[in-house]
Design a protein around this ligand. Structure first.
Ligand SMILES: Cc1ncc(COP(=O)(O)O)c(C=O)c1O
Length: 444
């Protein structure tokens, strides 16, 4: 049953469904991913840690722009630099000098970066990386683990084996529109399973251009795992690519690769690297990257100076404000406080995962009931001014006010869930339709 608090959002979404196939541009922004009918659908403004919806409601945004925001919405320093750039011009018939300044900054910052290319988003950046790896090795096949965007090379995994992406993305993705001739060119491998990767590399010996993976997401990689992946990729003559689009620089200035202590051949970034402005980067060792100079990898808006300026300023601000340390401190406190509230209220939930990206794990063996519990959590948090999934996406604008408001909301919502479970009335208090399959990843 739709909530009158978000009547304008819901009405506009009904209209969008008639005009925009699928309703939204990004699957993760579909209302069915939150508490459909109760969660806000459209935002009209954002500032710091908060967003305001079309109906005038204010929320702390714990989805933090689907991880694209790291300093906070409308960060004054980044926005001032962008506005200044806009006044000077953003897309010329010759190149922007910011391209070279940013390249130097990225090379100073990220361990594997010796040369760089730019794009406008994460999926694009992954696709450029795959092209470079294929071109550099003269091979076609990609072994991958995790989510890497919407492009043909990735969705090709579901041609023939239509469940290949189930564990990496979510079940039921039909590769409609992806050329059937690509069948067999992209092959998933399971996370934390060295024998499986080894046997795939053996089976496709001499054919694998790249091993591409999210090195981790919200759990530490098992000790030695990524080193072994790197060793196997090297032995097979394949390029190792880390997809750091979602982790970004939250784990430190050297990215996930420095945090994990394993340096790949290439890495891709987007999202929070530019605090929400459209931008993506492909970085890597010179020997692989320079091969791109003889390939056709070219697009007008990749030189657009808004994303370049936003990325350059964001990286410098992350370093200056020591944001990774701040996020770790905040996440540690939040995780421990939420766990105390879980114990205090008797709610069957644990706030787990890395402190940089705390996750709520509701303990329930019944999949359908668990999905209802998660949706009820999202629904009731939204009503208390906290928008998001059952996790906490952190950014530097979250402070004491957000901490206190969220903890108070969590306490009430955990109490409500505990009561609803005890009295077996969860379906009665659940106003939203249960959340559809969450954006599942095989990697932690
Ligand atoms: C790890 C990873 N790679 C690639 C992408 C795709 O990025 P974009 O949505 O900017 O195309 C995402 C987006 O969520 C991601 O999390």
């Amino acid at each position: 049953m739709p909530d009158s608090r978000v009547a304008r959002s819901n009405a506009l979404y009904a209209r969008a469904l008639e005009l925009i196939p699928g309703g939204t541009q990004l699957v993760s922004r579909r209302p069915t991913r939150f508490a459909n009918g109760v969660s806000p659908v459209y935002a009209v403004r954002g500032k710091g840690a908060r967003i305001w919806d079309l109906d005038g409601n204010e929320y702390i945004d714990w989805a933090t722009g689907i991880l694209a925001i790291i300093l906070g919405y409308c960060d004054p320093v980044v926005d001032e630099a962008v506005v200044e750039q806009i006044h000077r011009g953003v897309n010329f018939s010759i190149n922007s000098d910011v391209e070279v300044e940013l390249a130097e900054e990225l090379i100073r910052t990220i361990p594997c970066a010796e040369m760089v290319r730019y794009t406008k988003g994460g999926g694009d950046a992954c696709t450029v990386a795959v092209r470079i790896a294929r071109g550099a090795t003269g091979r076609d096949k990609i072994l991958f683990c995790g989510y890497h965007g919407w492009h043909d090379w990735y969705l090709a995994a579901n041609l023939g084996a239509d469940a290949a992406l189930n564990a990496h993305l979510f079940p039921g993705i039909e590769p409609i529109g992806v050329p059937k001739a690509l069948a067999g060119t992209s092959i998933p491998f399971p996370y934390d399973d060295i024998p499986a990767l080894e046997s795939l590399l053996e089976k496709h010996r001499g054919e694998v251009a790249a091993v591409m993976m999210e090195p981790f997401r919200s759990e530490l990689p098992p000790a030695g795992y990524l080193d072994e992946v790197a060793r196997l990729a090297k032995q097979a003559g394949a390029v190792l690519i880390f997809d750091e689009v979602s982790t970004g620089l939250r784990f430190g200035m050297g990215g996930a690769q420095q945090f994990a202590g394993v340096v790949p051949d290439m890495a891709v970034y987007a999202k929070s690297m530019s605090n929400g402005y459209a931008f993506g980067a492909v970085v890597g060792r010179r020997a692989v990257m320079e091969q791109a100079g003889r390939m056709f990898i070219s697009s007008t808006y990749w030189s657009d100076a808004i994303g370049l300026r936003a990325a350059l300023t964001t990286i410098r601000e992350l370093r200056r404000r020591k944001v990774a340390e701040q996020i770790a401190d905040f996440g540690r406190r939040l995780q421990s406080a939420v766990n105390s509230v879980a114990i205090e209220t008797g709610c069957p939930v644990r706030c787990a995962g890395l402190i940089q990206y705390p996750q709520l794990q509701f303990q329930c063996d019944d999949g359908a009931l668990k999905s209802q519990i998660v949706t009820l959590y999202i629904q009731e948090m939204a009503r208390r001014g906290c928008h998001g999934y059952a996790s906490f996406g952190l950014n530097a604008a979250q402070g004491e006010a957000e901490f206190e408001q969220t903890l108070a909301a969590v306490r009430e919502v955990f109490q409500l869930i505990t009561r609803a479970l005890e009295k077996k009335i969860l379906h009665e208090v659940l106003q939203a339709t249960p959340q559809q399959e969450v954006f599942r990843r095989l990697v932690n």
